[in-house]
Design a protein around this ligand. Structure first.
Ligand SMILES: [Zn+2]
Ligand SMILES: [Zn+2]
Length: 183
């Protein structure tokens, strides 16, 4: 909660806030997110406008997750833009009643207090990558043995073992695999 008493009803007034917060709970998706107690740097600019208080700024933190290709840990520096309008209660109500239904969530100033947490959380979660990767070119895991290919750039399985090649030549091609019945 941030008190905006000094700004309220004084269009044109402006103030800056730098906040250092810790994340209260996991903020993220199934594949990546900010862990509880992780630090959060928030730089905000609060402007008094006709409808309320316009909050813009930046939030920075560190998210951790798993590479979707190789499952290695991914540490992601998050830098999210924040933009939110906190409206005076009567303005918020008017906007709601006019059926002005343009997706944007309306935040309300409650007795000169604004609750920044949902705004910061939404901005950060929206800035998370959908498909985190340890590296843009991560080659993933070997489909045959599951080894992490980035650690073993030369890893490969010969499609036909050299000894088998010799046997195949000796026995001809009709020794096709017998294990097709298995599944
Ligand atoms: Zn990877
Ligand atoms: Zn392999």
């Amino acid at each position: 909660m941030l008190n905006v008493h000094d700004l309220a009803r004084r269009p044109g007034e402006m103030m800056r806030e730098n906040l250092e917060l810790t994340v209260p709970e996991f903020w993220g998706t199934a594949v990546i997110g900010i862990r509880p107690q992780e630090e959060l740097d928030v730089e905000l600019r609060l402007e008094s406008v006709l409808e309320g208080v316009l909050v813009t700024g930046q939030a920075q933190s560190e998210a951790r997750g798993e590479c979707v290709r190789c499952l290695d840990e991914v540490v992601y520096e998050l830098d999210a833009n924040i933009t939110a309008l906190f409206a005076y209660p009567e303005r918020a109500k008017a906007a709601e009643e006019s059926g002005d239904d343009d997706e944007d969530e309306v935040f309300v100033i409650d007795h000169d207090d604004i609750d920044l947490e949902p705004v910061i959380r939404d901005s950060l979660v929206t800035a998370l990558p959908f498909q985190p990767l340890c590296d843009r070119d991560c080659p993933g895991l070997c489909p045959e043995c599951g080894i992490r290919l980035a650690d073993h750039p030369d890893h490969k399985h010969d499609s036909v073992d050299i000894r088998w090649a010799g046997l195949q030549e000796a026995f001809g091609a009709n020794q096709a695999s017998d294990d097709t019945k298995e599944s």
